[in-house]
Design a protein around this ligand. Sequence first.
Ligand code: GLC
Length: 733
Amino acid sequence: MTPKEFSFHYVSAHELDVASGIATLHIDFLQGEAVHIYLEPCPKDLIEIAETPVLTPFPVVEVEDGIEVDLGYSKLHVGFDLNFKLIRVGASFTVRHEKDGEDYHLRFPLSEATRIYGLGDKLAPLNRRGYRYRNWNTDESKVQHEWSHSLYKSLNYLLLNEEGTFLGLYFPSTFPYTFDLGKTKLDELEVVAEQGYLDLYLFCGKTPKEITSSYSRLLGHPYFIRLKMLGNNQSRWSYGEESSVEEVARRYAEHDLPLDYIHLDIDYMDGYRDFTVNPARFPSLKDLSKRLKEKGIELVAINDAGVKVDPEYPLYQVIVDHNWALHDEAGKPYVGEVWPGDAIFPSYIHPDCQSYLASVASTFLEETGVSGIWNDMNEPASFKGELPLEATLPYPDREVTHLEAHNLIGEAMCRSFVSSFTSKNLRPYLFSRAYMATTPKYAFAWNGDNGSFWHHLRLSLPQIMSCSLSNLMFDGVDIGGFNYQCTKELLIRWYEGNLLMPFFRNHSSWDARPQEPYAFDEETTAICRKYLIIRYAFIPYLYNLAQKMAEAGEMMVRPLFYNYPKDKKSYDVDDEYMVGEDVLLAPILSSGTYARAVYLPEGEWVDYFKGSLIQGGRYILAEMGLGETGIYIRNNTIIPEFESLLHLDKENIEEIVFHIYGNEGGCDLYEDDGKTLNYHCGEYNLYHASYKDGVFALKATHQGYASPFKRIKVKRGDKEVVVPFEANASIKI
Ligand code: GLC
């Protein structure tokens, strides 16, 4: 490489243009050690990205093969030739790029040790190196496996780990991207931006935590969920009439099983028309919702992307009258096929169409008493096959091709319904199957149609952890598996295996054997009860994490390396997961297995069930019979807990428990009404709990919400102390 002359021009304090005489490379320095590099920017009208520029420019100097940026704690090296054909980032991350027709190919040489994480929902180990995927939202409903090329989501994010040096890469575009993660060439990562732009963001923080938070801030942190959404969800395609819904509530109550939501799949609708109710099957959905709410259970209803073709159906007619449907050149709506038969696809990206849909959804929620919306088939899926790529969706000032809008449709559908909740001062209960990396600020997700297979249980851990790394931090899979037949053993291991995953829902298909916790035998019910009770105990801990996720982009569910980035043994562990910093779960994930190796990172750990202290930094062998799992708590900490709750309605929760592990430690506790947006106006409480020298102390650091707590319970080993609740308390134990 020979020295070259570049001219530098600061367009503003944070924007640098580097001109080579042939081309100009734009470099934008953003807060959180994020750097935006582009030759041609991808249009950002469809993607919502909030760039926060640095206030003072980083010192940039020209070096032999490019530039060097002093980030303070390290130097970012960006090397290139006059065409900017070679971009070298850092000591070892290099990007070569070339344009092939409409596509940009970016090539990153990989050293032997480099691991590649991220990419969201793909079914593969946590380290995705060796696989190849195309991000093009796809309904893969029969059997998903490691080589499923495209799944429901397009999360264009990679986290590279080169022996403890981490780099995040995000590719902002709605167009399809192919990621060849060292499959075709073992030592090369190739990213193909189809119809693309050379436009990427680099995240150079010191740790995976800093990098992920900075990436999440750019795209928008996941929204703050309701407390109740951390509870148990029961679903099936379908509880198709009022009596079967009530039967679920009755059987849950009869078996003392915690439950917060029951989901209504497509059969509640009238002829599969969105936002309608079948009057014969659900003569009074509003009354049903009310009766269930009195028992602490709320309803969630499915809503599909395709709208039934029916001139008598107002939703269809309004979409057609306003020319808001996906259409051909002559303006004729494209007709696909979904559950109702012929269906059109509204332009969810059009703000006017969104406002109209928001008002329809608002009325539906008011008239039915339903609490949440479940957006489905929004890749979008059609039984007639792919929607034509050249068909267009109306958008202000331009028509957007389906090719450009496809990956965004799931998100746009969610954006349409956010105000249906927020206008009622409620945090949305809104989730989706199709998804992009920018969607978490509007909705959460589940990972689509898995099967009742052991390998799907096994892969659900890296799948959910990879989603979490890619900004989809509130996520879950269908517990028990959606398609095919679940067995007793698989169901039990799934309750254990996904115990503290953010979204917890048992869901199955119409032709699958019933798999509710009470569907097998008394032993299964008792084991599921035990685990649901444990999950409900951890709710205050999970809610703290949900608040941190929304405020700072900190992940709830984490691979071990996120908390222990220097521990090389943690880099490939994906049959265990951590929740926050203090809880590690190591379940059994295969049949006929009653013991497993558990890797515990450095430090001391407490076996949750036995109370024994274990030295970490090594593998242990743990026996786990059916109904037993591995939960390990970092020693010297406090876990805030609830006890004996069957439903999570904040106003009824009278006791907060502080469970002390070890001889000292602390924790924060965040508290609010659990459902409204009032926390924005300071209506929340923050406490710090600590334990030292035999004294537990609680101290309020922010008080803005009238807490319903009446008692504090402090637990340590076999000891328990209960005192009347006070925001500032001191208790000997
Ligand atoms: C899709 C969904 C599934 C749902 C079914 C019927 O397959 O992924 O969860 O039960 O449609 O609505």
